[in-house]
Design a protein around this ligand. Structure first.
Ligand code: AMP
Length: 421
């Protein structure tokens, strides 16, 4: 019986993994240049981490989270995002006690029960940074600079990209803004989807992320968070914009941008691509000045972002004829006969230990077929048959030029790098 994979959870096949690996390497290097160090948090957390941290009313927690009891009945969740886990680890390991800015990054799979479509899956992969410990608006700008830089490294260029920015103020600003939204939406309640009619009572801010067309149309004219900021938040936002201007980073103010997670305060942003269609956000982030305290730590301001790997893969693989046929192996060994096969196994083992990528035929292929495989997969073929064995030699064929040379088997095994460049 064939058992199929789970809907929305994709295999990343060997043809695709080189692109993923190079993307991961670029991301790690960019993050390291900006002073971030990697943290690895578990894929499974207590469900309450997200219901408290991300917010009970958010779509991510309410509709999309994979929640299940363990064998003792403890309610667990597959992580739908990593900011709450990173902050949990920050509090749990007393990173705050070190009194400095903690600059942490992560890469890994996240899980959300969403309707799968291009660029939207149930298991997807995020890369992200969290800078925990400073309220400095220059840090908000630095985080956005890093986001831009990452896209430049990946040669996604500035033309198709744009930065959406907004400020949603602090916890103290929230009640007045919430009331303003409630008043506005209540006057148009008939046009709201049933879900948003409920949100009107519980959390009207979440109406602004609703994807239903009627709700979106209403949201466009809704009261703006930027008009409900206290003087401190207004000054912080002005400073963020000034720092962005200093860094030469263009942005568009988007008053409807609130982001779907409850923990955000003040700055929120998304870096989007005009080439991605409906799912245009490459990455999103902002400040979350209340989250550390909410999860049991001291009051600690923080800012970060997370982006989806799949969306980068879509853009990068549509751009170039990715997955070109560069041979994976340095050498492919073609033994002829049993004795050569046994001798060849020793040669192969030595080559691999010398750092040369090498493989051979285990499918009893004919010489001609084995040479075809060599031609597809390696830069050199090494032919070892009874004649070569009798002379203590091995025949090396440069598969690009076609040039053949017979070399001493002992010398080749002792110092293969002298023959393979
Ligand atoms: P969020 O954690 O919702 O702010 O999302 C941050 C980024 O993660 C988005 O901009 C996307 O690039 C990516 N992302 C979020 N959800 C998914 C998903 N279901 N599938 C693929 N990528 C996603």
């Amino acid at each position: 019986m064939r058992v199929e994979g789970v809907r929305g959870m994709r295999d990343i096949l060997p043809e695709e993994t080189p692109l993923w690996q190079s993307l991961e390497a670029e991301i790690r290097e960019a993050f390291a240049h900006w002073g971030y160090r990697e943290i690895r948090v578990p894929v499974v957390e207590r469900a309450e981490l997200f219901s408290r941290g991300v917010g009970e009313e958010t779509e991510v927690v309410d509709k999309q989270m994979y929640v299940f009891p363990d064998r003792k009945g403890l309610e667990l969740a597959l992580r739908p995002e990593a900011t709450a886990p990173v902050v949990r680890a920050y509090v749990e390991h007393g990173l705050h006690a070190r009194g400095d800015l903690a600059k942490l990054y992560y890469l890994g799979p996240m899980f959300r029960y969403e309707k799968p479509q291009l660029g939207r899956q149930r298991q997807f992969h995020q890369y992200g940074v969290e800078a925990i410990g400073s309220p400095d608006p220059a840090l908000d700008a630095e985080v956005m600079d890093l986001a831009w830089h990452l896209m430049e490294r990946l040669e996604l260029g500035r033309e198709g990209l744009f930065l959406r920015l907004n400020s949603i103020g602090c916890r103290e600003d929230r009640p007045a803004y919430r009331e303003a939204l409630r008043g506005y939406f209540a006057a148009h309640a008939d046009a709201l989807c049933p879900e948003c009619q409920r949100r009107l009572e519980t959390n009207p801010l979440r109406i602004l992320d609703c994807k239903e067309e009627g709700c979106r149309a209403l949201s466009r004219d809704a009261p703006r968070s930027a008009d409900h900021l206290c003087p401190d938040c207004r000054a912080h936002f002005a400073d963020v914009e000034a720092h962005l201007a200093d860094l030469g980073l263009a942005h568009e103010l988007d008053p409807t941008l609130v982001r779907g997670l409850d923990y955000y305060t003040r700055t929120v942003f998304e870096l989007c691509s005009r080439d991605l269609g409906a799912q245009d956000a490459l990455l999103g982030g902002g400040r979350y000045n209340g989250l550390v305290e909410l999860l049991g730590g001291p009051p600690t301001p923080a800012v970060g972002f997370a982006g989806g790997m799949e969306r980068l893969v879509i853009l990068l693989s549509s751009r170039s004829g990715a997955g070109g046929s560069v041979p994976d192996l340095d050498l492919y060994l073609v033994p002829i006969g049993n004795e050569a096969k046994r001798e060849g196994a020793k040669v192969l083992s030595a080559l691999r230990r010398a750092g040369i990528s090498a493989d051979t035929d285990y499918m009893s292929r004919s010489l001609r077929k084995a040479m075809q495989v060599a031609g597809r997969s390696a830069r050199y073929a090494a032919i070892l048959g009874p004649d070569e064995l009798a002379r203590g030699q091995i025949k090396l064929k440069d598969l690009a030029s076609g040039e053949e040379t017979a070399v001493g088997l002992a010398q080749f095994t002792a110092d293969p790098r002298a023959f393979i460049r």
